[in-house]
Design a protein around this ligand. Sequence first.
Ligand SMILES: Nc1ncnc2c1ncn2[C@@H]1O[C@H](COP(=O)(O)OP(=O)(O)O)[C@@H](O)[C@H]1O
Ligand SMILES: [Mg+2]
Length: 88
Amino acid sequence: MYVIGGTGAGKTSFLATLITRFMKSSPESVVVLIDPNGDFAEQLASEMADCEKLIYVDPVQATIAVNPLSIPDGIPRDQAELVSREVI
Ligand SMILES: Nc1ncnc2c1ncn2[C@@H]1O[C@H](COP(=O)(O)OP(=O)(O)O)[C@@H](O)[C@H]1O
Ligand SMILES: [Mg+2]
């Protein structure tokens, strides 16, 4: 999902509602929030029942590296190849 709009359009409010409702329906999930200002993260932490499920990343402070092709440890070779074929 890509949420776009001018300042004051309601992007932050929409995402806050979406995330809090999602966390209520899927309490085992974890939210990773990349927020350069930090104000949205503070708002969400106050609204979420379990703010330990919120991982806040400040992109100015932290270097984030994601390898979409990495295969988790312990996955059998044949299954890893199957997943790789779907991704590439
Ligand atoms: N669906 C809505 N109906 C009425 N007011 C809204 C709605 N969504 C957001 N707002 C209000 O609009 C203002 C800007 O919302 P915000 O989510 O901060 O916008 P953005 O993140 O796009 O700049 C806030 O005061 C918010 O309470
Ligand atoms: Mg906003």
